[in-house]
Design a binder for this molecule. Structure first.
Ligand code: NAD
Ligand code: MG
Length: 395
């Protein structure tokens, strides 16, 4: 039996992961489930999946969870606080860790999983964007296995030949083509983007996801973060990663080879496919996903991304090329700006303006240590908050 810890169990990826695991309870058992503060949902998940441990970051929520589970006769042990996230990611009885916490909060427990040499199913792209070099070094040093869950990166992984870690050139790969749906505003008049509401921004045409990544998809910052993620996962640079707008979200990404071949991975937009792939790799596992019906898909469209409509994508390429701490700054400013937008303190178009201003005010430095990265992250967050509060970027 393979033991699995699910970090961010109450989120969209967490719930899809538990769905796949429950279909194969003869092969996997749930070791630990974690969440920020949603007691109702984590109680239900614990009663259904019977983990040995449950973690709530919020202490009061942890007490409440513990009381409710005891009342129901559950033997799950409840732990509290952010430190416990790293503990349950490194437990001996845990073989695989699903890293599905949203944002920078996922970095420490995902690093703990790497240091404990686990198989990491990586959904939390922000952790990799924030400290890619240090994270990849820890994975290598401790013999951890890193499998991408982001649908595009999982698709690329499926289209890559063995040995890609030695450099894409050595295995005949010329380019990675990352597909993007273009989000809900692909065709909207750019002049009206200023008035977009959080409700409109999180209504994604093809995927059901958490609020933060849904806003990132609407600004196309999600794709920008994914370009940086692809550079780290596939040992390449931003010039070898092309974004292709593909509104149907049926091709999840492609890899172009020197001989002219282009391999693609297709499927319905359902995250249980990459989750099942990474759980079973190198085997395959039924995921409960409806078979792709090409006749009802009927056509596949492709467009070049419009960088004026989606300045966040251009800013991401800029940060990827600058390297060092620039992606850390980009990610931190974005997290603060998206939160402000969701709380109606910042206009949709203000998100890109905040990020651009914070990047402009930041020198690119070598990302030397985790402390340094965390300092830069905190500094960029402070600056982004100040800009938003002072209103200089436009509300
Ligand atoms: P979500 O908002 O639905 O869930 C986030 C989870 O993280 C929840 O369990 C929440 O309790 C936990 N969490 C939030 N803040 C926390 C904190 N400070 N400390 C500890 N836990 C915290 O998000 P999601 O859509 O499931 O996305 C999770 C990650 O996966 C993100 O990094 C996202 O970019 C990535 N991802 C998601 C999808 C998708 O389809 N949803 C696809 C690709 C990648
Ligand atoms: Mg993705």
């Amino acid at each position: 039996m393979i033991g699995v810890t699910v970090l961010g169990a109450t989120g969209s990826i967490g719930v899809s992961t538990l769905d796949v695991l429950a279909r194969h309870s003869d092969q996997f058992h749930v070791v630990a489930l974690t969440a920020h503060r949603d007691v109702d949902k984590l109680t239900r998940l614990c009663l259904r999946h019977g983990p040995r441990y449950a973690v709530m970051v919020d202490e009061q929520a942890a007490r409440e969870l513990s009381r409710r589970l005891k009342d129901q006769g559950s033997t799950t042990e409840v732990l509290a606080g952010a430190v416990a996230l790293a503990q349950v990611a490194a437990l001996t009885e845990c073989d695989y860790v699903m890293a599905a916490i949203v944002g920078a909060a996922g970095l420490a427990p995902t690093l703990a999983a790497a240091r404990a040499g686990k198989r990491i199913l990586l959904a939390n792209k922000e952790a990799l964007v924030m400290s890619g070099r240090l994270f990849m070094e820890e994975v290598q040093r401790h013999g951890a296995e890193l499998l991408p869950i982001d649908s595009e990166h999982n698709a690329v992984f499926q289209c890559m030949p063995a040995g890609f870690a030695n450099g894409l050139g050595t295995v005949g790969v010329e380019q990675i083509l990352l597909t993007a749906s273009g989000g809900p505003f692909r065709e909207r008049d750019p002049a009206s983007l200023r008035d977009v509401t959080p409700e409109q921004a999180i209504a994604h045409p093809n995927w059901e996801m958490g609020r933060k990544i849904s806003v990132d998809s609407a600004t196309m910052m999600n794709k920008g973060l994914e370009v940086i993620e692809a550079c780290w996962l596939f040992h390449t640079d931003a010039d070898h990663v092309q974004v292709v707008v593909h509104p149907q979200s049926v091709i999840h990404s492609l890899v172009r080879y020197v001989d002219g071949s282009v391999l693609a991975q297709l499927g319905n937009p359902d995250m249980r496919t990459p989750i099942a792939h990474a759980l079973a790799w190198p085997r395959r596992l039924a995921a409960g996903v409806a078979p792709l019906d090409l006749f009802s898909v009927a056509r596949l469209d492709f467009e070049e991304p419009d960088l004026r409509r989606f300045p966040c994508l251009a800013l991401s390429y800029q940060a990827a090329r600058a390297g060092g701490t620039s992606p850390t700054v980009l990610n931190a400013a974005n997290e603060v700006a998206v939160q402000a937008f969701l709380e109606r303190r910042l206009a949709f178009t203000g998100i890109a303006r905040v990020i651009a201003a914070v990047l402009d005010a930041s020198d690119t430095q070598a990302a030397e240590s985790l402390e340094h990265v965390l300092d830069e992250d905190a500094r960029a967050r402070g600056l982004a908050s100040q800009l938003i509060e002072s209103g200089v970027v436009g509300s």
